[in-house]
Design a protein around this ligand. Sequence first.
Ligand SMILES: NC(=O)c1ccc[n+]([C@@H]2O[C@H](COP(=O)([O-])OP(=O)(O)OC[C@H]3O[C@@H](n4cnc5c(N)ncnc54)[C@H](OP(=O)(O)O)[C@@H]3O)[C@@H](O)[C@H]2O)c1
Length: 214
Amino acid sequence: MKYVIITGASRGLGLVVANTFAANGWSVIGTGTSPRPEQLVSETMYYQFDNSDYDAANNFWQTLKNEAGNDPVCLINNAGGYKGGKLQELKPEDYVSQMQSIYFSAVHMTRGLINNFAQAKIVNIISSTGVTPLANNSAYGPAKTAEAHFFNSLQKEYPPEQYQITNLYPDKMATSSQDNSAMEPKDIAELILDLASSEKTLYLKDAFISSLKH
Ligand SMILES: NC(=O)c1ccc[n+]([C@@H]2O[C@H](COP(=O)([O-])OP(=O)(O)OC[C@H]3O[C@@H](n4cnc5c(N)ncnc54)[C@H](OP(=O)(O)O)[C@@H]3O)[C@@H](O)[C@H]2O)c1
């Protein structure tokens, strides 16, 4: 059995990714802090906990290790809310919560994985904003930059044969954006499925994803 763990599967891109993998024969485990969403297909598992809590994350991975044994595992770090606004509109706690939900969720879920599995694929949904700063993103953007830096460091710490780490930097997606050029979550989900399923002798390390729509 091939296992995929999708953080932030209660809505948005994560929910679409979870259902896409389930439709393609993967054993799917989603996470989120809110209750299991009705739209998640019934054969998937769902764990409700705060992914930025290290102990909770590590407990989750120990439970999964008992279930998955040495079967292939793919972690998709997708969790993270968005809080935009000008510096003086944002509250000090917004800066903390963006780091928690984006950066610490990715750090602790990845540490838990590496503590328990000797080999895995890891796909990270970062954001083009993590590389190219935008106005009104002074809380969100740096959390994404920190997340990217964390995974770029891990890419140098571990050989890809052991932990194959792919960082994706999408532009706007139609999960939250009403912009007509926003990308469809199902298209990104299919791209992630291809990456996770690939048995090629190469892999994608860092990639920007842009829309063909105008
Ligand atoms: N939307 C865009 O235009 C866009 C563009 C580029 C990159 N991205 C990135 O792509 C990813 C998905 O975006 P989206 O628009 O689908 O986001 P979304 O609709 O806001 O969903 C975010 C998900 O993260 C979960 N989450 C947040 N904090 C969590 C925590 N501490 N522990 C566990 N789960 C947590 C949420 O679940 P709960 O509420 O249940 O906790 C939710 O399922 C995010 O990382 C986002 O930054 C989005």
